[in-house]
Design a protein around this ligand. Structure first.
Ligand code: FES
Ligand code: FES
Length: 166
């Protein structure tokens, strides 16, 4: 199988039943994406597929051969942090850091959804511009759990990047 990940072509020959998460971690050594629950409940495995955030533990790798996949390794590097990575550092938005790659990939996808004007479950106005205030950010990021409970700092980091991008 072939995959386009972070703009590069990769080849792998996994079991046809392998999840995208397992292929990323076990076959392609892209271990930035984390396995928390392996059941779609924690969000640690979130990656972007064609710009949309998905739980990579819940999808088969074979379904994504023609897709553009972006993992945390494709968003920034230690020498050149993505704005969200820099904001997480500035706001102490991680503690153990295990959930952080999924949180950041999810925040990238979430901000794109907000820019497109997609409402969330708690949006008052279903057709106007999205205002990413605390309640909206919390709701839109609710698929990503953080066992250290760095939530207020994660929320502040996301809001800073969102406000800087407007
Ligand atoms: S490992 Fe995929 S949602 Fe938890
Ligand atoms: S920083 Fe530890 S689980 Fe989120």
């Amino acid at each position: 199988m072939h995959f386009t990940i972070n703009g590069e072509r990769h080849e792998a020959d996994p079991d046809i039943r392998a999840s995208l998460l397992d292929v990323l971690r076990e076959h392609l050594q892209l271990t930035g994406t984390k396995k928390g629950c392996d059941h779609g409940q924690c969000g640690a495995c979130t990656v972007l597929v064609n710009g949309r955030r998905i739980n990579s533990c819940l999808t088969l790798a074979v379904m994504h051969q023609d897709d553009e996949i972006v993992t945390i390794e494709g968003l920034g590097s230690p020498d050149d942090l993505h704005p969200l990575q820099a904001a997480f550092v500035a706001h102490d938005g991680f503690q153990c850091g295990y959930c952080t790659p999924g949180q950041i990939c999810s925040a990238v996808g979430m901000m794109d959804e907000a820019k497109k004007g997609w409402p969330s479950h708690v949006s008052d106005d279903l057709s106007g511009d999205v205002v990413l205030e605390d309640g909206e950010i919390a709701e839109r990021m609710s698929g990503n759990l953080c066992r250290c409970s760095a939530y207020p700092n994660i929320r502040d980091a996301i809001r800073q990047v969102w406000e800087g991008a407007k």
